[in-house]
Design a protein around this ligand. Structure first.
Ligand SMILES: Cc1ncc(COP(=O)(O)O)c(C=O)c1O
Length: 391
């Protein structure tokens, strides 16, 4: 890409209206965020300059960790350079054998991880050393009865249930309360990957309010800073005892680079702004739902859940590639999720509206999709004027 990623991008010299981005609120185009970032650079520099183990982290990391602990109602938070590293660190810690001293240590190798089948690649990758059916089990996506069945099979061993709030490919939302009820009944620990839900849901005026009221009941809450906050980094919040042990056991926070200090500072400022002004997210969600409705009105087959992640179901992997190419020719950049990200020949286009998409861009894109995938009259295609406007 040339220049910044936002509602539009230039890739290999060609301009696109971008529906592939995940930094959908466009914070990196916000002059106030950029100014605050530059001030922080002058104060803290560009890097922590050493690992947590050798030197420690900077004030912005503690600012961010304190803010996240308060937000999640937990004692402590540990930050990581990315959400992926937070997930890897969690699984490391939960399956580790480690001596803290010659007389104290921990052996988590008897633990059983129980994943929702649709968990993110980073979680499955981190657990790939575990034997499936013994230390690693899975329940059907969002299926509470199946989770119960799996936990019955775990017996007396320590179980850790791992699931997401909002799933990236189909935007489905977990029955958070019911899953946590089952965890509590079976005395299983719970880890919720809230990468996609963080700062989005949980307010009474928004969808899924009831579900997100339960989030704080999870033993561990993981977030990514690359989505609603639009920067880079990850974090896990939990009680102090867990986080203190995790600092060492995870390995992916203490023995590696931290989030860049000004990024941690800017992330804290963005989170504060989103908390102080809920209308930013309310407006975004409102437009995102209108976009979804526009696609439904075109007769497109969409994912079931009305979250801000909209997937257009295509089917054959080869057809999905053709659609992507066609859209690219018309000036739209979209991501295709195909096998192995989803089941073979259940390919989809995963769309996330950007806060700065104009109504004309949205309408132009909807009409293009309608022509390619819905029942419509091709003469209505409006991409020509759009491309002129972009140049
Ligand atoms: C559910 C989920 N977990 C974890 C991650 C990884 O987060 P990050 O991009 O911060 O590494 C993602 C990002 O795509 C995600 O969607």
């Amino acid at each position: 890409m040339q220049g910044m990623s936002g509602s539009r991008i230039t890739r290999n010299g060609l301009p696109y209206v971008n529906f592939s981005g995940i930094n959908y609120l466009g914070w990196q185009q916000d002059p106030q965020v950029l100014d605050a970032f530059c001030e922080s650079v002058k104060r803290y520099g560009l890097s922590t300059g050493g690992s947590r183990a050798t030197q420690g982290v900077c004030e912005p990391h503690f600012r961010l960790e304190t803010l996240l602990s308060e937000h999640h109602g937990k004692d402590k938070t540990l930050t990581f350079a990315s959400g992926m590293l937070a997930n890897l660190g969690f699984i490391n810690a939960m399956t580790a054998k480690f001596n803290f001293s010659t007389s104290s240590g921990i052996d988590n190798r008897d633990a059983v991880l129980v994943f929702d089948r649709d968990c993110h690649w980073s979680l499955w990758k981190a657990a790939s050393h575990l034997k499936y059916g013994e230390s690693l089990m899975a329940f059907k996506h969002n299926d509470v009865a199946d989770l119960e069945r799996v936990l019955q099979n775990v017996g007396d061993r320590k179980a850790i249930v791992v699931f997401e709030s909002v799933y990236s490919s189909d935007g489905s939302v977990a029955p958070i309360g019911e899953i946590l009820d089952v965890c509590e009944r079976f005395q299983a620990l719970s880890y919720i990957d809230d990468a996609n839900g963080f700062m989005v849901y949980g307010e009474p005026q928004r969808n899924f309010y009831e579900e997100f009221q339960h989030l704080r009941r999870a033993d561990f809450i993981m977030i990514s800073l690359s989505k609603s906050v639009g920067l880079e980094g990850g974090a896990i919040s939990a009680n102090a005892e867990y986080i203190d042990a995790f600092e060492v056991l995870s390995g992916t926070s203490i023995f590696t680079a931290a989030i860049q200090p000004p990024t941690a500072d800017a992330a804290a400022s963005i989170i504060e702004q989103l908390k102080q002004d809920p209308s930013i997210m309310d407006d975004y969600l409102c437009r995102s739902l209108a976009f979804r409705q526009r696609l439904l009105d075109s007769g497109l087959q969409l994912n079931d859940t009305p979250s801000y992640i909209t997937s257009v179901l295509i089917g054959k992997d080869s057809k999905a590639e053709q659609v992507r190419e066609q859209l690219e020719k018309q000036g739209f950049c979209v991501p295709i999720f195909r096998y192995p990200a989803v089941k073979p020949n259940q390919a989809l286009i995963r769309l996330i509206l950007h806060r700065y998409h104009t109504d004309a861009e949205i309408e132009g894109f909807a009409q293009s999709l309608e022509v390619l995938l819905g029942d419509s009259d091709p003469s209505r295609l409006v991409n020509e004027p759009l491309l002129v406007e972009m140049n």
